[in-house]
Design a protein around this ligand. Structure first.
Ligand SMILES: [Fe+2]
Length: 365
């Protein structure tokens, strides 16, 4: 068995109460997941998907209870119309540890902009975390499919397929030829015929909300050449936030929810000046809606700086909740070496704090 056909350890993305396990293979073929002898596939319309990316939805309850899963890949060098032949190349078992109680440690990667070594070094400084979030701009752009591998390298080298991962898209991730293929490589929620990049998830006592601002300038900005329509996209997202409030009993007010944390690449509670003043009225309303939900913290990146915005900060939107902006792609030490600055949330024994890591300030929330 050549388990090396697996490019990275799989990423187990949390969406809703379930997971989407995504893994990449060196060669073309069919992939699936087995849990307690049951097979979970990416079958659509009766077909198993023939590709190097394998995105498999699995029920959260089953995986949480089993605490392990098996990745299977059968290589098909060709997919002929008659008698295609496959050979099993990967059969690898992974342990899995979901968040079960109210305590957890979460690490944030954001704005790595294609770096992997220094961000993983910072993760290792912090020590093992229960959850990892990829909070946007993991790459410079999405021109080629290989750009998507950065996410898998980061989480594979951090949690090795054994812990849940949260994915929130950044504005740079929306740029370039392959950007429209990104939904095949990231977790998505399927609503009204579309794969959407905003959704809630549940892990133990944590209810999480993943938001996506899209681009940081107007759709008509010359930089995008007429290729985007985030104004329409944000309208659907606003409707989704209203839907969450209408269905709060099964979402953020469901039994057992202790922490309500929102993740968004862009810290939309801030006012930005032109040409970055896009969607001002939308973000004003989102801030109000998140306040209504009683969000405890909004975790962001995008600014290439690390700081905290307390609730009701003057010169920002009037947010009922604090925001933590925690990512600097590269910082130089005096000796010339470089390191990555990320964020960490720690909820333990009733206390909650967010920290700029490896050596920054912290804020309780
Ligand atoms: Fe950004």
């Amino acid at each position: 068995m050549e388990n090396s056909v697996l490019k990275f350890d799989p990423a187990v993305f949390a969406v809703g109460h379930d997971y989407q396990i995504i893994f990449i293979t060196e060669t073309m073929g069919l992939g699936w997941i087995e849990i307690d002898g049951e097979r979970y596939t990416d079958e659509e319309g009766g077909l198993l998907i023939y590709d190097t990316v394998h995105k498999i939805p699995v029920p959260g309850g089953k995986l949480n209870a089993a605490g392990k899963y098996t990745v299977v890949f059968v290589e098909y060098l060709d997919k002929k119309p008659y008698f295609p032949k496959g050979e099993e190349k990967v059969r690898k078992e992974y342990k899995f540890y979901p968040v079960t109680g109210d305590d957890f440690r979460l690490f944030q990667y954001a704005d790595t902009h294609a770096r992997t070594q220094t961000p993983v070094e910072t993760y290792k400084t912090v020590g093992d975390c229960d959850l990892v979030v990829l909070n946007g701009d993991i790459n410079e752009h999405s021109y080629e499919i290989k750009n998507f591998y950065t996410s898998f390298e980061l989480v594979g080298n951090s949690v090795h397929g054994e812990r849940p991962v949260i994915y929130s898209r950044g504005n740079h991730d929306t740029r370039g030829l392959a950007a429209q293929l990104l939904p095949g490589y990231i977790p998505t929620a399927f609503r009204n015929g579309r794969r959407e990049t905003f959704y809630s998830f549940r892990q133990g006592g944590l209810w999480g909300l993943v938001l996506d601002c899209g681009e940081d300038k107007y759709d008509h900005n010359v930089e995008y050449g007429g290729t985007i329509l985030f104004e329409t996209f944000r309208k659907r997202e606003t409707e989704y936030l209203e839907w969450l409030i209408a269905n709060k009993e099964t979402e953020y007010e469901a039994p057992g929810v202790k922490h309500k944390i929102a993740f968004c690449h862009v810290p939309f509670v801030e006012h930005f000046s032109h040409p970055f003043d896009v969607a001002d009225d939308v973000y004003e309303y989102w801030t109000e809606l998140l306040g209504k939900m009683g969000i405890d913290l909004l975790l962001c990146g995008h600014m290439h700086r690390a700081y905290f915005i307390p609730a009701h900060t003057e010169k920002c939107r009037n947010a009922e909740f604090p925001t933590a902006v925690c990512s600097i792609p590269e910082v130089k030490r005096e000796d010339g070496s470089k390191y990555y600055v990320g964020g960490m949330i720690e909820c333990r024994g009733g206390s909650r704090k967010v920290k700029i890591v490896p050596d920054g300030d912290e804020m309780t929330f």
